[in-house]
Design a protein around this ligand. Structure first.
Ligand SMILES: [Zn+2]
Ligand SMILES: [Zn+2]
Length: 334
């Protein structure tokens, strides 16, 4: 099969590699579409040469391994060649306490797809465990299956923040995580949804995803006004401003990724008794919820799709992602 593999120097090479084959409990997928994301950009230089990246994807089942009984599709009359699925890109053991409670990302044996754990989907074919595959009903455009993952991130943020209908939410950063968080806050009946981003193109996107008002900086947010603040920017030094914007006993969820230390005024947080939580990845239940929301029309994934490219354009698409402030997704269709 053709695949985009990481080569030294931070580029991809489109090359022929051996076709993967499904082992016990696994499915072989022909990749329909795979999205690029900011974490690909951050992780690429750390990936060993030969890595196949790509973790936001959907595919059509073209092969079924032995002993495939687990997983969402098995509940619905078994797995079948030709079924389109979205993939939860964390392959876990299925037996430990974390898998049993749905927190698969904390499984001690988890393998992250496309981020060095197991081969990803910037390739014509990919192998995943059946438990990580979520069938797409026919009313969902198979390509939109690649957008289940980013919308699951947003759902995980609002669920981690225990958002209740009517509550006011501040979303800091309007990249893909911010936008899908806004979409879910809207779908879950939030009151005011204020989006923050310095880039005008992202503020406009935030409004189209359901933000009721937009700001260029978190420092402009009304103090003490928000039940829930979700930090999706991944920049150090934002926590104090999040605490200022939160109501007493408000919740703050940090979902942005940064490796910088971020000191904060614990006194201000103490006097408000805010809760600070963190959100990463998602649960299988959240994946199912997103698929159902696409199917019912509760969530329209289409605005998150910017454009589609071929495998041969992977380097060009990566460069575009690094340059632009736009937060909609480029999908590779191998
Ligand atoms: Zn991602
Ligand atoms: Zn496990």
């Amino acid at each position: 099969m053709r695949a985009a593999v990481v080569v030294p120097g931070g580029q991809y090479e489109i090359t022929e590699v051996a076709d993967p084959s499904p082992g016990p409990g696994e499915l072989l997928l022909r990749v329909t579409a795979c999205g690029f994301c900011g974490s690909d950009l951050k992780a690429r230089d750390a990936m060993p040469a030969g890595t196949i990246m790509g973790h936001e994807f959907a595919g059509e089942i073209v092969g079924i391994g032995t002993d495939v009984s687990a997983g969402a599709g098995a509940d619905m009359a078994g797995w079948r060649v030709g079924t389109h699925v979205a993939v939860l890109p964390a392959l876990s053991c299925g037996r430990c306490e974390w898998c049993a409670t749905g927190h698969v990302i904390h499984c001690p044996r988890v393998r992250l797809v496309g981020l060095g754990g197991t081969a990803g989907a910037f390739a014509e074919l990919a192998v995943v465990t059946a438990a990580a595959a979520f069938p797409l009903p026919p009313e969902i455009d198979p390509r939109h299956g690649a957008l289940v993952e980013p919308f699951a991130v947003g759902l995980h943020c609002v669920r981690t923040g225990r958002l209740e209908p009517g509550e006011d939410v501040l979303v800091v950063g309007s990249g893909a995580v911010g936008l899908t968080t806004i979409a879910w806050a809207r779908a879950r009946g939030a009151g005011r949804i204020t989006a923050v981003d310095p880039a005008a193109i992202r503020r406009a996107a935030a409004e189209s995803f359901g933000a009721t008002d937009v700001l260029t900086s978190v420092d402009q947010a009304e103090a003490g006004a928000y039940h829930l603040v979700v930090e999706c920017a991944g920049r150090a030094g934002l926590l104090d401003a999040c605490v200022t914007a939160a109501r007493p006993r408000g919740r703050i969820v940090l979902a942005g990724v940064t490796i910088e230390a971020t000191p904060f005024q614990s006194w201000a947080a103490l006097m408000k008794e805010v809760s600070v939580g963190f959100a990463v990845y998602y649960t299988p239940e959240e994946f199912r919820t997103v698929v159902a929301a696409f199917g019912s029309g509760l969530i329209d994934p289409a605005p998150l799709l910017a454009r589609r490219v071929e495998l041969a354009q992977v380097n060009e698409a990566f460069d575009a992602l690094a340059r632009t402030a736009a937060s909609a997704k480029i999908l590779v269709e191998p």
